[in-house]
Design a protein around this ligand. Structure first.
Ligand code: G3P
Length: 231
């Protein structure tokens, strides 16, 4: 991990996963990244976007928002048709990658290889897990961040912090010093605040932002959730 990634890992984070939503693809991805760039000027919470591989270069050349890939394959240059080459996302300007997102589940050896490859290539590794058991299994490989997302809450209206607060607290104990993100169903400032209060370092969010009527306003209100509790 390079110095600026280290700085990111030590900050409160709002990671916006654009998935393959129409509202988060191509020119629409750029619109969201530009909004993030504006918002970033007025907040200490660090914004990161997880983009499709085909959009990374566009976003990194037109904005200063850190971009991570949604997935990479632990492969080298060569005969790997259809795979995502780590060097390609690096060359396009990505600073890291999600690994094992709920919608792109990987087997154990691929997860471990990808975490190790990220270390070799100085890519920020954001390992997604579905439960505490999985967090425990991979914490020993030291991904830079772990993101817990209960699959059944993804894309819904009820957030992890409302439905499964104990999952956040239990996983925090399991991951030790690795900063924990949490996600699934996050839509409101309260959802963020609750997770933050429980000890999450950041939020991984998709539909709540990407499909919001007013994306800028939604990001701004989620950021407010990181504010310390006022008495
Ligand atoms: O990667 C973020 C994600 O899976 C959560 O999705 O739509 O519930 O915020 P969403």
């Amino acid at each position: 991990m390079n110095t600026s990634s280290k700085r990111l890992v030590n900050s409160e984070l709002l990671v916006i996963n654009l998935k393959t939503y129409k509202e988060g693809t191509g020119i629409n991805a750029l619109k969201i990244a530009k909004m993030c760039e504006q918002i970033q000027k007025n907040t200490k919470i660090k914004l990161i976007i997880a983009a499709q591989p085909t959009d990374i270069l566009l976003l990194t050349t037109k904005t200063k928002i850190p971009i991570i890939a949604q997935h990479i394959d632990p492969i080298n240059y060569g005969s790997n048709t259809g795979s995502i080459l780590p060097e390609s996302v690096i060359e396009a300007g990505a600073i890291g990658t999600l690994i094992n997102h709920s919608e792109k589940r990987l087997n154990s050896s691929i997860i471990i290889n990808t975490i190790q490859l990220c270390k070799q290539k100085n890519l920020l590794s954001v390992l997604c897990v579905k439960d505490e058991k999985e967090a425990k299994k991979y914490a020993e490989y030291h991904p830079d961040l772990i993101a817990i997302e209960p699959p059944e809450l993804i894309g819904g209206k009820i957030s992890i912090s409302t439905a499964e607060p104990e999952l956040i607290t239990k996983t925090l104990r399991t991951v030790g010093k690795i900063p924990l993100l949490c996600g699934a169903g996050v839509h409101t400032r309260e959802d963020v605040h609750h997770a933050y209060k429980l000890g999450a370092k950041g939020i991984l969010v998709a539909s709540g932002v990407v499909k919001a009527k007013n994306v800028k306003k939604e990001i701004e209100q989620l950021i407010l959730g990181f504010k310390k509790l006022s008495k």
